[in-house]
Design a protein around this ligand. Structure first.
Ligand SMILES: Nc1ncnc2c1ncn2[C@@H]1O[C@H](COP(=O)(O)OP(=O)(O)OP(=O)(O)O)[C@@H](O)[C@H]1O
Length: 986
C-alpha cells in the first residue's frame, strides 16, 4: 500500500495518535519536521496553525494537506509521525515499508532564515530552558522590543511553544535577527555539533537509556542488604510502612504521609527550593525508604511523572576523589548511556522537572555543607561534594527535584534554608511492628510468639519502634524466646544478642553460659572492633581489602556476616566492604573501646567530652583534634556530621560497661581495667549532667524554675539508662532543682521515655514534665509510668496517644499523690478515655486541671466526664475545645458543674454547642462562685443563647470574661450586646 493510501486508510488512528493526549505538542513536532524538510511551506504551516482552531481541526487540516501534496509528502509525514510517536506506532499503526524510500531533499538555498527552517526541530528542543537568555540577547542587540518578549513569553505557552514562537518572531524580524540568534546558538558549546542531531535517534536512545537505568535500579534495590548472607529477603516482601510526618505543621495533612507525598506539593515551606529533606534517627529506615522509592519507580508503580531517577549514596560519593561535571556524575555513578550521551544529558537539562535525584545519608558525607563555592555550569568539573551542595541549593540543575536523607543532627540552619520541606521518618508505629514481625516470620506461630514476648517486655517493644532494632529482634527470635527472665532491656542488650547470634551461627560448639562465647571469639571481635573504631573516628564506612588486612581480619572473620560487600561502589575497581548497618559499626567500635588492651586511656574521655563541645556550639571537632593530621577530615563549615555516630558509640560504651555485662568481660579483660573504665564513664556522665544543670537560668521572680533540655540531655540520660546503674541516676538527679522540665520537640519516642523515667524517678522534688510535640505514643506513656509519682503535671500535646495509653496512665496517676494536672490536646482520644477521666475525678479530690482539646470526644464522652465532675471538689481548669460535644454535651457538663465551687476556667471553643448549649451553660454562671472565664468562641450561638448568658451574668460579679468570637450574630447584635454586657468578648 502506498503512503498516500495509508494516510487515507488510517486517518482515524493517526488523528487519535496525534491528538489523544490533549496537547498540541505531537502535532507541532510533526509540523516542525515537515517544515524542516521543506515538505510544508511557511504558508502551509500558518494555515494549519490557525490559533483559534481546535486541535483535531488542525490535525485534520494537516492530513488533508499532506494527502493533496501527494505520495512523497505523505511518506515524509508518516516518517515524521513515526519519529515523534515511536511507541504509539508500535502498537496501533503500521507503516512498514512506506517510509523506507525517503530521500533527503537537496536544498540549495543557503540563507540564515532557511537554517531556521531546516534546523527547526533541533532548535525548538535546544532553546527550551534558555528562552529568557536568548530574548535578553535579542533585546541587547536591538532586534527585539519588550513587547516582542512578552508575546513569546505568554504564560499560556508551554516551553516548546515559547521556543517556536521565538523562532517565528525572529524569522519575521529579518536576516540580522536570525543571524543574532544563530550566533547565540553557536556560542553555546553544548549546541555545537548537536545541531545536526537527528531527533529520532534521541527519542529511541532516550527510551533505551531509561530502560537501562530502571533495570539497574530494580536490580540494586530488590533485596535488603541487612539480610546479607543469612537470607535473601525481597524488599517487596518485607517492606513495612514507617511513620512519615511533616516537620512543620500543615493544615492539609493529618497523620502519616505517603511515599508519593515526599515529592508532592504537600507541606511545602519554600516554593523556590527543589530539595526535600527526609530526616530520621539512626536505623529509622531512611535508606530503606529510598530503596523502596527506587524500586517502585523502576517497577513503574510510583513517581511515574519522573522520566529518569538518579540514585546516589553519600557513602559511595566519599570514595570519589576525582573532579567531575554533573554529566559525569550522573552517567558514571548511576548508569552509562551506550550512545548519544550528550544528547541525553541535554534532554535532562532541558526537562529538569522530569528528573529526580536522590542522595542517601548526607550525614555520612565527609565534608560538611558549605555554600561558599557556587557553580551553575553543568559542564564544569569540581570535587563531588561541591557538585552535591550546588545541586541541593539549586544553583546547578535548577528544577530537578531532589530527595536527601540525613540524621537530623547533621543538618545545620544554613543548609535547612535550601529545603522545600522537611519530612521526619519516625520508624515503625505499633501496628508497623506487628506487621514487620509477621512479614519476617512466615510461620505465624513464631510471629505470634515474638509479638507476645514483645508485649510482655515494653522496654523492648519501645526499642522495636526503630526498624533496625525490630529487624535484630526478629532475626534473633530464638535467642529472644529462650532468654526467659533476662530478656533484653536496652539497646546494648539487643546488639549483644545479634553478636551472639552471628558468632554462634558460625560456630560448631554450643555454649551454655554467656561468658564463653565471647571469650572464644574475642580476637575476632577485636579485629572487627579495630576496623569499626578506625572508621568511626574518621567517618569512614566503606573499607578496602587493604584496610581489612591492616585490622588483621581473616576470611573467616568476614564470613561471619557482620561485613557485607558494598554495593554503592560500582565504579570501584576492587571489592569493598561495609558493616551490615552503621549502628553495628558503632557497636563494634564500642566493643573495641571497652575490651581492647590497646586503647588509649583518653579514648573514653574524648568520646564523652565531644558532647560538651557541641553543647557549647563549637563546631570544631574535639575528637578529631586528637587524631594524626592524615586522618582528619576537612574542616567542617557547618555541623560535625560524624558526631551522631560517635554519640551512638559512647552510648554503647556505657551499656557495655554496665554491671550486668561484667561477667562477659571477666574472662577477656583484667577486672581492674574494666572497673577503671566504668568509673571513668560514670564520672563523665555525672559531669555532663551537672554542667547541663548549671546552665539553667535562674527564674525571674514569681516564676517557676524551668529547664529546657538541650539534645545533649537526652543523650546523657540514654547513656545512664544503658548503664542500668540506678546509683548514678540517683546521684545525678538529686542535684537537679527545677520545678518544670521542658522537653518539647526533642524527638522523644518510647525509648527516650524509658530512659527519662529511669532517671526522673530519682528527683527529689516533684516537677511539671512537658513533652509536647514528640512521638511518645501509647508505648512511651507506659514507659513513663515509673516516674509518674514525681510529676505534678504532665503535658503531652501532639504525641499520638490513644485511649489505650490513657487507660494505663490514669490507673497509675490515681495512685500518685503529686499528680494534679494533665494536658493532652491534639492526640487521638475518643469517648472511651472519658470513662478513665471520670474515674480520676471521682477518686482524686485534689486534681486541678484536665485539658483534652482537639481530640474526638462527643456528647457521650461529656456525659461520662459529667459523672465524675458531679462528685469532684477540686477541678479548676477544664479544656475541651475542638471536640464534638454539641448541645447535649454542653447540657451534661452544665448540669454537673453548676454547683462547682472550684472551677475557674472552662473552654468549650469549637464544639457546636449552639444557643441551647449556651443557655444550659448560663446556669454555671448563675450558680458558680468560682468561675472566672468561659470560652465559647466558634459555637454557632445565636441571639437567644447570648441573651441567656447576659441574664446569668447579672447574677454573677465573679466572672471576668465570656468569649463569644465567631458565633452566628450580626454586627448590630454584637454592638448592642457588647454595650449591655462589657464582659462579653466578641
Ligand atoms: N520500612 C522498612 N521495612 C522493613 N525493614 C526496614 C524498614 N526500614 C528499615 N528496615 C530495617 O532496618 C534496617 C536499617 O534501616 P536503614 O538502613 O534504612 O536506616 P537508616 O535510617 O538509613 O539508618 P542510618 O541513618 O543509620 O543510615 C534495614 O536494613 C532493614 O533491615
Amino acid at each position: 500500500m502506498c503512503a498516500q493510501e495509508l494516510v487515507l486508510k488510517q486517518r482515524t488512528q493517526i488523528l487519535h495518535a496525534l491528538c489523544c493526549s490533549g496537547s498540541s505538542e505531537h502535532l507541532e513536532q510533526v509540523l516542525d519536521i515537515l517544515l524542516a524538510q521543506g515538505e510544508l511551506t511557511w504558508e502551509d504551516y500558518q494555515n494549519t496553525q490557525v490559533p483559534v482552531s481546535a486541535l483535531y481541526t488542525k490535525a485534520r487540516h494537516l492530513l488533508d494537506l499532506v494527502y493533496t501534496k501527494g505520495v512523497d509528502t505523505c511518506r515524509h509525514f508518516l516518517a515524521a509521525l513515526k519519529q515523534v510517536l515511536p511507541e504509539e506506532l508500535g502498537e496501533g499503526l503500521s507503516f512498514s515499508g512506506c517510509c523506507s524510500h525517503l530521500e533527503e531533499k537537496d536544498e540549495c538555498q543557503n540563507t540564515s532564515a532557511h537554517t531556521l527552517f531546516t534546523q527547526r526541530p533541533v532548535l525548538v528542543c535546544k532553546l527550551q530552558g534558555r528562552i529568557e537568555d536568548v530574548l535578553q540577547t535579542l533585546v541587547s542587540s536591538g532586534h527585539f522590543s519588550s513587547a516582542d518578549c512578552n508575546e513569546v513569553l505568554l504564560p499560556l505557552y508551554t516551553p516548546s511553544q515559547q521556543a517556536r514562537r521565538l523562532l517565528d518572531h525572529v524569522r519575521a524580524k529579518g536576516e540580522s535577527a536570525v543571524n543574532s540568534l544563530l550566533q547565540y546558538v553557536q556560542q553555546k558549546q553544548e549546541f555545537g555539533s548537536s545541531l545536526k542531531l537527528e531527533e529520532s535517534s534521541l527519542s529511541k536512545e532516550f527510551i533505551r537509556y531509561q530502560k537501562k537505568l530502571s533495570s539497574s535500579l530494580s536490580a540494586q534495590s530488590c533485596f535488603l542488604s541487612t539480610y546479607g548472607r543469612t537470607s535473601h529477603m525481597p524488599l517487596d516482601d518485607i517492606y513495612t510502612e514507617g511513620l512519615l510526618e511533616l516537620a512543620h505543621d500543615s493544615a492539609d495533612v493529618h497523620g502519616s504521609l505517603s511515599l508519593e507525598d515526599i515529592v508532592g506539593a504537600v507541606g511545602t515551606v519554600n516554593e523556590e527550593a527543589d530539595t526535600v529533606l527526609v530526616s530520621g534517627e539512626a536505623g529509622s529506615g531512611k535508606s530503606t525508604l529510598l530503596q523502596r522509592l527506587h524500586l517502585l519507580w523502576a517497577q513503574g508503580a510510583a513517581l511515574q511523572n519522573f522520566l529518569l531517577l538518579f540514585p546516589f549514596s553519600c557513602r559511595g560519593l566519599n570514595s570519589e576523589h576525582r573532579e567531575l561535571s554533573v554529566q559525569e556524575l550522573l552517567f558514571q555513578h548511576c548508569c552509562w548511556p551506550d550512545r548519544e550521551q550528550d544528547e541525553i544529558f541535554q534532554f535532562i537539562q532541558d526537562h529538569p522537572h522530569l528528573i529526580l535525584f536522590t542522595f542517601d545519608g548526607l550525614d555520612e558525607l565527609k565534608q560538611s555543607f558549605s555554600d561558599e563555592y557556587r557553580i551553575c555550569c553543568p559542564t564544569q568539573r569540581v570535587p563531588v561534594h561541591i557538585l552535591l551542595f550546588n545541586l541541593i541549593q539549586g544553583s546547578l540543575m535548577k528544577g530537578v527535584q531532589k530527595v536527601v536523607t540525613s540524621r537530623p543532627e547533621a543538618v545545620g540552619p544554613v543548609l535547612r534554608t535550601h529545603f522545600r520541606k522537611e519530612v521526619f521518618l519516625k520508624g515503625f508505629s505499633p501496628s508497623g511492628i506487628d506487621c514487620f514481625v509477621k512479614k519476617h516470620h512466615k510461620d505465624p506461630s513464631v510471629a505470634a510468639k515474638v509479638l507476645e514476648s514483645l508485649q510482655s517486655n515494653t522496654a523492648l517493644l519501645g526499642l522495636c519502634h526503630s526498624p533496625v532494632l525490630c529487624w535484630i529482634v526478629s532475626q534473633c527470635h530464638k535467642e529472644l524466646l529462650g532468654c526467659g527472665e533476662g530478656s533484653p532491656q536496652t539497646m546494648t542488650d539487643v546488639y549483644l544478642m545479634i553478636l551472639q547470634h552471628f558468632l554462634q551461627h558460625q560456630s560448631s560448639t554450643k555454649y551454655t553460659t554467656g561468658s564463653t562465647w565471647l571469650q572464644e571469639h574475642k580476637e575476632t571481635v577485636l579485629r572487627l572492633g579495630h576496623l569499626a573504631f578506625g572508621g568511626i573516628k574518621t567517618s569512614c564506612y566503606v573499607f578496602s581489602g587493604t584496610e581489612l588486612e591492616t585490622s588483621g581480619l581473616t576470611e573467616k572473620d568476614v564470613s561471619l556476616g557482620f561485613l557485607i560487600q558494598s554495593r554503592d561502589l560500582s565504579f570501584a575497581q576492587n571489592k569493598c566492604f561495609e558493616f551490615l548497618h552503621v549502628t553495628l559499626q558503632c557497636f563494634f567500635a564500642a566493643l573495641y573501646v571497652v575490651v581492647s588492651n590497646n586503647t588509649d586511656q583518653s579514648m573514653i574521655q574524648k568520646l564523652f567530652e565531644l558532647r560538651d563541645m557541641r553543647e557549647t556550639n563549637q563546631s570544631s571537632i574535639c575528637f578529631m583534634t586528637c587524631l594524626p593530621s592524615s586522618e582528619k577530615p576537612e574542616q567542617a563549615s557547618e555541623t560535625t556530621a560524624e558526631t551522631p555516630n560517635l554519640q551512638i558509640t559512647a552510648t554503647f560504651v556505657s551499656g557495655l560497661l554496665s554491671q550486668r555485662h561484667q561477667s562477659l568481660w571477666i574472662p577477656c579483660c583484667p577486672s581492674a581495667v574494666m572497673k577503671k573504665r566504668t568509673r571513668q564513664v560514670w564520672r563523665y556522665l555525672s559531669k555532663g549532667m551537672q554542667k547541663h544543670f548549671k546552665s539553667i537560668p535562674q527564674p525571674v521572680e514569681g516564676e517557676k524554675k524551668s529547664m529546657h533540655a538541650m539534645p545533649g540531655f537526652v543523650w546523657l540520660i540514654k547513656c545512664i539508662y544503658e548503664m542500668q546503674e540506678s546509683q548514678i541516676a540517683k546521684d545525678v538527679m538529686s542535684k537537679l532543682e527545677v520545678d518544670h522540665l521542658k522537653l518539647t520537640y526533642c524527638n522523644i519516642g518510647p525509648v527516650e521515655c524509658t530512659a527519662l523515667a529511669y532517671v526522673l524517678r530519682h528527683l527529689k522534688n516533684p516537677v511539671g514534665l512537658q513533652l509536647d510535640n514528640n512521638s511518645v505514643g501509647d508505648v512511651g506513656v507506659e514507659q513513663l509510668l515509673p516516674c509518674m509519682h514525681i510529676c505534678n503535671s504532665l503535658y503531652l500535646r501532639n504525641n499520638n496517644i490513644t485511649d489505650e495509653g490513657i487507660c494505663k496512665l490514669i490507673s497509675k496517676g490515681i495512685q500518685c499523690e503529686n499528680f494534679r494536672k494533665i494536658a493532652l490536646f491534639n492526640n487521638k482520644l475518643t469517648d472511651a478515655c472519658t470513662l478513665h477521666f471520670s474515674h480520676l475525678l471521682k477518686t482524686k479530690q485534689d486534681f486541678l486541671s484536665i485539658r483534652l482539646g482537639n481530640n474526638n470526644i462527643t456528647a457521650e464522652g461529656a456525659k461520662h466526664l459529667a459523672e465524675g465532675l458531679k462528685v469532684n471538689h477540686s477541678l479548676q481548669y477544664l479544656g475541651l475545645w475542638g471536640n464534638k460535644l454539641g448541645d447535649p454535651g454542653a447540657e451534661a457538663l452544665a448540669s454537673a458543674l453548676e454547683s462547682s465551687n472550684t472551677l475557674v476556667w472552662l473552654s468549650l471553643v469549637g464544639n457546636g454547642v449552639g444557643s441551647v448549649g449556651a443557655c444550659a451553660l448560663a446556669n454555671i454562671i448563675k450558680n458558680s462562685a468560682s468561675l472566672e472565664e468561659l470560652w465559647l468562641t466558634e459555637n454557632c450561638i445565636t441571639r437567644p443563647g447570648v441573651e441567656c448568658l447576659i441574664e446569668a451574668l447579672q447574677h454573677n460579679t465573679n466572672v471576668k470574661s465570656v468569649w463569644l468570637r465567631n458565633n452566628d450574630l450580626t454586627l448590630e447584635e454584637v454592638e448592642e450586646m457588647a454595650q449591655r454586657e462589657p464582659r462579653l468578648i466578641f
